[in-house]
Design a protein around this ligand. Sequence first.
Ligand SMILES: Cc1cc2nc3c(=O)[nH]c(=O)nc-3n(C[C@H](O)[C@H](O)[C@H](O)COP(=O)(O)O)c2cc1C
Length: 176
Amino acid sequence: METKTLMAYASKYGSTQEVAEAIAATLSERGLSVDLQPMREVHTLAGYGAVVLGAPLYFGLWHKDALNFLSRNEDALAQRPVAIFALGPNSIDEKEMQGSRAQLDTELAKFPWLTPVVIEVFGGKFPAKLRFPESLIASLPASPLHGMPSNDVRDWTAIRAWANSLAQKFQPVISR
Ligand SMILES: Cc1cc2nc3c(=O)[nH]c(=O)nc-3n(C[C@H](O)[C@H](O)[C@H](O)COP(=O)(O)O)c2cc1C
């Protein structure tokens, strides 16, 4: 019986992980049985009736763990409802949100078999201290990241509302 929901995430600096935790908690509150796992630790989708995938955008690309996850789970994902989110812009400016959404759409277009029930982009959190290699790139004066202050534009109300709408979508397909 595929009664569980998988919330699988990738994260470099932890902000997407925190969003994934909030989504998993909301789905659980709505009565779903949820496993929260880093994507790279998921070896099978057996037992899962629905899947949520969340990962950040870096330099126009979706986190490589997410791309690898899609590649190695094509058959299983094609048979299940899949919801996708990305953390992206460090501002909720509409143009920036659209730009991040376009980046995500370009990445997802590499997987033409993938038909998510919903795709969403949430504002992210720019880390206070970057590690290599991001630190090196951001140190270049020509980089748009140069001197970027740490900030956090994650909209927790929108994130929880999205998770609630997911619960409604998933409930009918998960035999509980
Ligand atoms: C070096 C760097 C590059 C980034 N590049 C992009 C990007 O191309 N597009 C985008 O929408 N967001 C970009 N972001 C914003 C991240 O997606 C955002 O900070 C996210 O919350 C980070 O997630 P994490 O804490 O889970 O690693 C970038 C952030 C950093 C630090």
